[in-house]
Design a protein around this ligand. Sequence first.
Ligand code: SF4
Ligand code: SF4
Length: 293
Amino acid sequence: MGCSCPHDPAAAAERHPCYSADAQHKFARIHLPVAPACNISCNYCSRKYDCVNESRPGVTSEVLSPAAAGDKFALVREKVANLSVVGIAGPGDALANWPRTRETLERVRAIDPEIIFCLSTNGLMLPEYAREIIDLGVRHVTVTVNCVDPDIGAAIYRHVAYKGETYTGRAGAELLLSRQLAGIAALTAGGVLVKVNIVMIGGVNDRHIPAVVKTVKDLGVFVTNIMPMIPAPGSAFEYLPQTSMKEVAAMRDLCQQDIRQMRHCRQCRADAIGLLAEDRSAEFSRGCRAESA
Ligand code: SF4
Ligand code: SF4
């Protein structure tokens, strides 16, 4: 029998509701919304603090300080059965807020040595932080890679901010894509199970997705999660049509030939709590606010 400690990625995948379709019915996750800032601008993104029970990535009722996030985790683990995963999934980027993300994970680890850590990132800062991520015991990381062609990236990313400079167009995309791929390689070499999210945007990157999948497969990625683009109000892609689940399913079927496909993603909020099929975030929220200390 193999090791079932949280540091064995394959065993941990069986307790991670996003990495295992079976686990989604048995194990719960909590997203701690401690990461408000982002270092890039995706044309489909609109982040906001939400009081209207909206469910999609980037939405949260509140942003927590690391101390408040630790307290919330301690409360939720007493009340939610089979809580196996703590994720940092925004509402911005986990690594653009690295000191906050790291402190949150340290606080959680002090409370629960067994909990599985999961991070979600656009990957820009991965080459800088991959070593620290691995050393902290994070064995599940999701990187959103929407393209591997900078010309397509120029249509998806408005800007990329890196080391005090802002890059736009092809230059910004080129910088982001090269760092995403280098970061993924560093993680997989360190034993991390990497999931790659791909937002499928009709007429922008949809035909290019098989090339993305093949590229990340060669880097040792565990699974890809092709998701429909949700045209968020206020985003640059607001008036593009939402990608249909029929189109997404057909693309997953095609890409399944290369790599395993996640088919049960719920495109959760940045403060989601519970099983994937339920969201108990409202039960534990203290209302709509920018920062809770
Ligand atoms: Fe929004 Fe995430 Fe893109 Fe940042 S990386 S702009 S938070 S979708
Ligand atoms: Fe899992 Fe998808 Fe929800 Fe992330 S958004 S926690 S991958 S189901």
